[in-house]
Design a protein. Structure first.
Length: 123
């Protein structure tokens, strides 16, 4: 019994901080206007636009990288940088994944002003 208890404690301690859910894959924005491929790049994960519903309607372009250096944040999410093609600015980027849903958030002023976008995983 003592050995089983020690093994259980070891498993819990080995788990460490909360692991981030899998972000790699293809995602479609909730409004259906764009798709992004999240893939390993350098030491993190990057997101690149792979499809646009109306390519000439916005400043976004297929092949444009919009998420940079996303890494697990230790709280079950992801953190890096997010580029907004609409205003040409880069923001602090955060992402959380739950099953086939992802929410990304870009923030300025130390997180005082943020905008969130919902995504669904596609294959």
């Amino acid at each position: 019994m003592k050995r089983l208890t020690l093994v259980c404690i070891g498993v819990v301690l080995a788990a460490g901080p909360a692991m981030a859910a899998e972000i790699v894959g293809n995602w479609q924005r909730s409004n259906g206007e764009s798709r992004v491929r999240m893939a390993p790049c350098g030491g993190g994960v990057c997101g690149t636009i792979t499809w646009l519903k109306n390519p000439g309607k916005s400043d976004a372009k297929v092949g444009q990288r919009v998420f940079y250096n996303m890494k697990p944040d230790g709280a079950g999410g992801w953190e890096g940088s997010a580029f907004n093609p609409e205003d040409g600015k880069t923001y602090t980027g955060k992402a959380s994944v739950s099953g086939s849903s992802m929410t990304t958030k870009g923030c300025v002023l130390g997180g005082l002003i943020c905008k969130s976008v919902s995504w669904s995983r596609i294959n």
